[in-house]
Design a protein around this ligand. Structure first.
Ligand code: ATP
Length: 367
């Protein structure tokens, strides 16, 4: 097991590309850390610098508190799994998994035992005699993982290991990989651009954009309280509703969020009121997840926002309504209501804040 610390790490490639921009990140012992971000944001470069396959231009990579910049990949005690599996085609599954142990000079009997236990943990004990060409994609990926963990590395690095597999298999292997690494207690850094993968597998997620670290936290934290507008808009499907509002505090009784022609009122005893109250007189951005807004009849009593339905989208397990609330597009989860496309309640919908609603200042003064 190991800790990893990146301290002000940057990478500029010889062609001038700034791939990683002053990233600092701590990965705890035994933690499953996911690096998430769109293509080209620098995730793989971070991983490769931890592995020792790429040198940082500046900053320090620490493994177990030790300055690792000058260590060779081999001396870092890391194992890496890539998306293309990279198995030896002429070797059997058993020999593929055993290969790293052979290099260390391990005797045959303990080697066979180690391979058998890894293969059984990965559910590939019955294909040890086959060659990679005789395996399914999922089995090949399990072999690649087996070969990586058989040496009992202190650090496991994975770069989009599931991206070549179909979605059913991906979901299955997701659970297997996170289960296995937790069982082994190996510190893992896992790179993906797939947010479902990140949110389901990670202990903590680190979100990157254009080489810059945007947010680090548990899946619940980054989803519910994103640190930046970028993360708020990037995470979650549908994306978080972001409404610009002016804040008015009314004599310590309630806080009004003025959204143009309509307002939302937060009672003073609602803890979220305090969070926004000190922006009195300023414009802020309020983030609300679709599932935090309760759809009600447009004429429902109380504090109800009015929206005009633009269209409905059915996803089997949920229906989403896309609305215009004033000039802002808002999406709301119809919460299991069976809504037909032609049943749009004469085109309008009331929205009531649900208990799970989040009001958060996401950005600096926008006006
Ligand atoms: P992807 O998910 O597409 O792999 P990523 O987030 O892992 O993307 P990186 O592969 O780390 O991104 O690349 C970050 C940036 O650095 C990109 O703009 C990429 O084009 C650039 N880059 C990566 N490797 C090199 C290299 N060897 N030389 C020059 N530029 C590079």
């Amino acid at each position: 097991m190991a800790t990893v610390a990146l301290k002000d790490v940057s990478k500029v490639f010889p062609n001038g590309t700034l791939a990683v921009d002053n990233v600092s990140l701590d990965v705890n012992d035994g933690e499953f850390m996911v690096l998430l971000g769109p293509s080209g944001c620098g995730k793989s470069t971070v991983l490769r610098m931890v592995a020792g396959l790429e040198d940082p231009t500046s900053g320090a990579v620490m493994i177990d508190g030790e300055y690792a910049n000058d260590l060779t990949p081999r001396d870092r005690g890391v194992a890496m799994v890539f998306q293309d599996f990279a198995l030896y085609p002429h070797m059997t599954v058993e020999d593929n998994i055993a290969f790293p142990l052979k290099l260390t000079g391990m005797e045959l009997t303990p080697r066979e035992e180690r391979v058998a236990s890894v293969a059984s943990a990965l559910g590939i004990g019955d294909v040890l005699g086959r060659r990679p060409s005789q395996l399914s994609g999922g089995q090949r990926q399990r072999v690649a993982m087996g070969r990586a963990i058989v040496r009992r590395p202190r650090l496991f690095l994975m770069d989009e290991p599931l991206s070549n597999l179909d979605s059913g298999l991906r979901a299955e292997l997701r659970a297997e990989i996170s289960g296995l690494t937790r069982e082994l207690g190996v510190t893992t850094i896992y790179v993906t651009h797939d947010q479902a993968e990140a949110l389901t597998m990670a202990d903590r997620v680190a979100i990157m954009r254009r080489g810059v670290l945007q947010d680090v936290g548990t899946p619940t934290q980054v989803y519910g309280r994103p640190a930046t507008l970028y993360v708020a808009a990037f995470l979650g499907s549908p994306r978080m509703n972001l409404l610009e509002a002016s804040v008015y505090v009314h004599l310590d009784r309630y806080v009004a969020l003025n959204l143009g022609e309509q307002s939302l009122y937060l009672p003073w005893d609602d803890i979220r009121s305090r969070a926004v109250a000190h922006y009195h007189g300023e414009r802020i951005v309020v983030g609300m997840r679709a599932e935090a807004l309760t759809p009600v009849a447009p004429d429902a009593p109380g504090d109800v926002l009015q929206g005009r339905i633009r269209f409905l989208e059915h996803h089997g397990h949920e229906s989403l309504a896309f609305l215009d609330v004033g000039a802002t597009a808002v999406v709301v989860d119809e919460m299991g209501r069976r809504v037909d496309v032609d049943d749009t309640d004469s085109g309008s919908r009331g929205l009531r804040r649900g208990l799970g609603q989040m009001v958060q200042r996401l950005t600096g003064r926008s006006a």
